[in-house]
Design a protein around this ligand. Structure first.
Ligand SMILES: Cc1ncc(COP(=O)(O)O)c(C=O)c1O
Length: 381
């Protein structure tokens, strides 16, 4: 039966932007808006489009279709990086370049989860992963993170579970999985023949611990798709380049799905991404120190409590003292002062009392100013 004018399940049910309501309140503020809600950076990337030697290229080098798996020189550099830095035993057939980690994760969910199958989300979770599950017909199942991770994962598994999504360092709370937690995750996944979706886009921003790729675990290696991002590592969010490393059959499936969605990531953007890989080591070191300083500064200045995130780009702020149950009233008042925070509800059903504050998106003086405005709202509460 035709459903016109109704939409598909995905069209109806993938969540809309979480900021629409706050923007109404923001509209009342006439001055300088400080965006602490979005996970971006104020730093200049280590390589830009201007740095690409366009004049030396032929038209075909830039304007012809590229290969769906990724531009060969970038794929080769990714293999080298994954082997040396992430200690993963991979080759070119394991790499899929995508339009950001967003696209890589979407293709991975599509490749691994069938309609009605469950995707476990270790929660709080990056918001878009839930919409991706819904968009591909899978069922997102939130499992609150616990230091003893293995039993909570074990308890959530059903005959329909297909995969477990986890981010380390995590967005929004910066939690980095310990060796024991990685071991527990790998053992559960192996015991129940599950896939692991390892979101490691913040691999370069571990402040208090060394980042370890989940796929280095021997039980995890054959069942893990790991996703990385030039947006996060190299301040190139607008270029939309990310990549997945996957066991060969999964990479081959993802290549088909990428072929049928975007065909190839713009080659021009992949050239600038490769430039960042070549020139970016000093940037990574400097950015890590700068972000660590911003984290500590933000935490010390903010009146509301937030656990110290060992990695990532965010404070996960607990507003329950001011607005028990749901911090939206606080966030609306903060928006009226020209500061946006990301509502916790987007990160999990049990996260309404929290909000996410990004400490890498604006330079320190504006970060201070934004936090002062939040503190002023809390002082008047
Ligand atoms: C945990 C996590 N995964 C994936 C992404 C998507 O990254 P990209 O910009 O490369 O699509 C983000 C972006 O904020 C993120 O925080």
């Amino acid at each position: 039966m035709s459903r016109f004018p109704g939409l598909s399940n995905a069209g109806e049910n993938v969540p809309a932007s979480i900021f629409a309501k706050l923007r109404e309140h923001l509209a009342r503020f006439p001055g300088d808006v400080i965006p602490l809600q979005i996970g971006d950076t104020h730093l200049h990337p280590p390589a830009t489009l201007e740095a690409v030697a366009w004049a030396e290229l032929t038209l075909g080098d830039v304007y012809s279709y590229g290969t769906p798996a990724g531009w060969a020189p970038l794929v080769a550099a990714i293999v080298e990086k994954a082997r040396t830095k992430n200690r993963l035993s991979i080759g070119e057939a394991n790499v899929q370049v995508a339009c950001g980690a967003t696209h890589a994760l979407s293709a991975a969910v599509q490749a691994l989860c069938d309609r009605g199958e469950e995707l476990i989300l270790v929660t709080p979770h990056w918001p878009l992963i839930k919409g991706m599950a819904i968009g591909h017909g899978a069922v997102p199942v939130e499992v609150p993170f616990a230091p003893d991770l293995e039993p909570v994962l074990e308890a959530a598994i059903t005959p329909r579970t297909a995969a477990i999504y986890v981010a380390t360092p995590n967005n929004p709370d910066g939690v980095m999985l310990t060796a024991a937690q990685l071991d527990g995750l790998a053992r559960v996944a192996e015991r129940h023949s599950l896939w692991i979706l390892a979101d490691e886009v913040y691999e370069d921003y571990g402040y208090d611990a060394e980042h370890v790729s989940i796929a280095t675990h021997p039980l995890a290696a054959p069942r893990t798709v790991t996703v990385f991002s030039f947006a996060k590592s190299y301040a190139q969010a607008g270029l939309r380049v990310g990549y997945a490393l996957a066991p060969e059959p999964v990479a081959a499936a993802m290549k088909k799905l990428v072929n049928h969605s975007v065909y190839n990531v713009p080659v021009a953007m992949q050239r600038a991404a490769l430039g960042a890989m070549h020139a970016g080591a000093p940037f990574l070191q400097a950015a890590r120190e700068r972000y660590r300083g911003a984290r500590d500064r933000a935490r010390a200045r903010l009146v509301a409590p937030a656990a110290c995130p060992p990695g990532g780009a965010y404070l996960w702020v607990d507003f329950s003292r001011w607005s028990p149950g749901d911090c939206m009233p606080v966030l609306e008042r903060v928006a009226e002062k020209g500061v946006l925070l990301a509502p916790g509800s987007a990160f999990g059903d049990a996260c309404h009392a929290y909000a996410r504050l990004c400490f890498t998106g604006v330079a320190e003086p504006r970060l201070d100013e934004g936090i002062d405005r939040i503190n002023a709202v809390l002082a008047d509460w």
